[in-house]
Design a protein around this ligand. Structure first.
Ligand code: ATP
Ligand code: MG
Length: 288
């Protein structure tokens, strides 16, 4: 059998997972995917909820003009200023934080266009977050479903990139394309950016395509693929519609994201937070 093609950015997978976290009390994580609808926003929303439950100070940043995250997190649609204002220097970053969220709205699409003509256009988010960082233990950035200037801003501002992949036939290709953009950010503007891993989302292991997606990602990316996956369930859409977090809406499903959060904290070396998460995990196991 021919050797599998060398994946774009495959060397990144050899960064030792245990030593990723620098020991500082802060991590900024960009959640991205090349494709739309891989569960990025749901992941940011649910991880933010989990991390807050274990007393981490979390800032969620909506970097998508669709503003799904702002909506899921129940930010007033009229909230102002938003991330779009901050990126084009129309507002101070601290004024754009509304209940632990920097929301977006459709105006972000216009800001992205304006940003395109600016010097240092890739650095705007990094500059904005710099002054906010001391107030948080974790900043989670929800990227739009395109690998354009907004996602590049997220990757330049972040310490870590977490790729979300839907369990579909083209999962591998999508991850490779996202890795190329991560590599680009590392080579140019953010050499310290680390690839935290890839989470396989919307999974139904009873189907062949889910199992194949998992196996091919495992084959290409080894332990960079998170072992825990997120099962497909209509409950995610239902809970978003009702603005109830999945942990409360379907405690029996909560184990998926709790296990992903646990693996994420392990990779970040945040052991104290992991210990606190243990109690939530035991409660969710009891709910099954
Ligand atoms: N585990 C899951 N099982 C089934 N449906 C899910 C799951 N996670 C999210 N969804 C649903 O899939 C849709 C897309 O999810 P989400 O908005 O999180 O993806 P996204 O990657 O952020 O999309 P976009 O690329 O458009 O920003 C939503 O309707 C959401 O409720
Ligand atoms: Mg989204």
């Amino acid at each position: 059998m021919p050797a599998p093609p060398r994946a774009a950015g495959a060397h990144l997978q050899f960064a030792p997972a245990d030593t990723l976290y620098s020991g500082a009390a802060m991590a900024t994580i960009a959640v991205l995917s090349q494709k739309g609808g891989t569960g990025k926003t749901t992941a940011v929303r649910t991880l933010a909820d989990i991390l807050r439950r274990i007393d981490l100070r979390v800032l969620a940043v909506d970097l998508d003009p669709q503003a799904n995250l702002s909506d899921y997190l129940d930010v007033d649609p009229e909230a102002s200023p938003t991330i779009g204002d901050v990126l084009v220097d129309r507002a101070q970053p601290r004024d754009a934080v509304h209940g632990g969220v920097i929301p977006a709205n459709l105006g972000l699409a216009e800001s992205e266009l304006m940003l395109g003509g600016k010097m240092g256009r890739e650095l705007s988010l990094k500059k904005a977050l710099r002054e906010l960082k001391p107030g948080y233990d974790m900043i989670l950035i929800d990227c739009p479903p395109a690998l354009g200037l907004l996602t590049v801003n997220a990757l330049v501002a972040a310490d870590y990139a977490l790729i979300s992949a839907e369990a579909q036939y083209f999962a591998l290709q999508g991850v490779e394309q996202a890795l190329q953009v991560i590599e680009l950010a590392r080579e140019s503007l953010n050499p310290d950016l680390q690839w935290l891993g890839v989470v396989l989302n919307i999974v139904d292991m009873r189907t062949r395509h889910s199992r194949e997606a998992f196996d091919s990602l495992r084959e290409h990316f080894g332990e960079k693929l998170f072992e825990p996956t997120i099962r497909a369930s209509i409950a995610y859409a239902e809970s978003a519609e009702r603005a109830i977090t999945i942990l409360d809406y379907r405690p029996d499903l909560a184990a998926d994201y709790l296990n992903v959060a646990d693996e994420m904290l392990r990779r970040l070396g945040m052991d104290d937070a992991r210990t606190r998460l243990g109690a939530l995990l035991r409660r969710s196991e009891a709910a099954v």
